[in-house]
Write a protein that binds this ligand. Structure first.
Ligand code: BEZ
Length: 257
């Protein structure tokens, strides 16, 4: 995974220790892809490589790409036997085409969706599969609403800060069809996602929501904003001593005819 387009700075160590649910919950899309021995597979937005290695364990030859140098550095040190590249998925090009493109929790960081779908198309051989899961319409609405409300309260115009792309199912399936794909499976579903520990919501904000706070340099102000956001989402997203993020996923399988 995953931040392939915006200004977010990834901390790959925190990502693995506090937010490891990202790859742990990505098993469904690996199953949907059904990687086979001997296939050449591109992991598009591979993060620190935990699902890249799952694809390799099926006997595939894998290439993991991610825009974050820090993520790729960590992926290389965890899995030195695998190939990883720092690359932007939006305009990714490969000399050698793939049997399949896999992507978990990455495409919502690439709002240039048409360009990205075209890059995926070009990366595939005829007959190649594209299996992906990412945030769909309504994803993290509770958290985003709170962020924007509290920013406004502190005198910061929230307009233009949201970096994410969360399309409706029909919108994304149509985009793939316009690109030339045949969409064989599409599912938009709720997946409340448990966040680790009592600081789970704060850790999530710290890891993923940088773009909203890019011009807030005073640590005290940022902390006060975080605490107000946490208080605001708590009635909806804290149950039985556990934090949840209100994830809504889009899971897609498409074929390049
Ligand atoms: C997600 O996986 O749905 C997600 C992650 C970070 C920011 C926004 C959404």
């Amino acid at each position: 995974m995953e931040r392939m387009a915006s200004g977010n700075l990834w901390n790959s160590e925190a990502y693995d220790s506090k937010l490891d649910f990202v790859s742990k919950l990505g098993g469904g899309v690996v199953e949907l892809l059904a990687p086979k021995a001997g296939e050449r597979i591109l992991d598009f937005g591979c993060g620190t490589g935990d699902l890249t290695v799952a694809l390799a364990e099926a006997g595939a030859t894998v290439v993991g790409v991610d825009l974050s140098e820090d993520m790729i550095k960590r992926a290389r040190s965890k899995f030195p036997q695998l190939e990883f590249q720092v690359a932007n998925g939006v305009n990714y090009r490969s000399d050698e085409p793939f049997d399949a493109v896999f992507s978990n929790a990455a495409l919502h960081w690439m709002p240039q969706a048409e360009q990205t779908a075209h890059s995926i198309w070009l990366a595939l051989k005829p007959g190649g599969r594209f299996a992906a899961e990412f945030g769909g319409s309504g994803n993290v609405d509770t958290i985003t609403t709170a962020i924007e409300h509290v920013l406004e309260k502190y005198g910061h115009d929230p307009a233009g800060r949201n970096p994410w792309y969360f399309p409706k199912l029909g919108e994304y399936a149509s985009l793939l069809e316009q690109t030339g794909f045949r969409v064989s499976f599409a599912w938009h579903f709720n997946r409340p996602t448990p966040l680790k520990g009592s600081s789970g919501m704060r850790d999530w904000l710290d890891m993923f929501s940088d773009d909203f706070f890019f011009d807030i340099n005073a640590l005290e102000e940022k902390e006060a904003i975080y605490q107000e956001i946490i208080t605001m989402v708590k009635p909806d997203l804290y149950r039985n001593d556990e934090w949840f993020a209100d994830y809504k996923r889009l899971r897609i399988l498409a074929v390049k005819p």
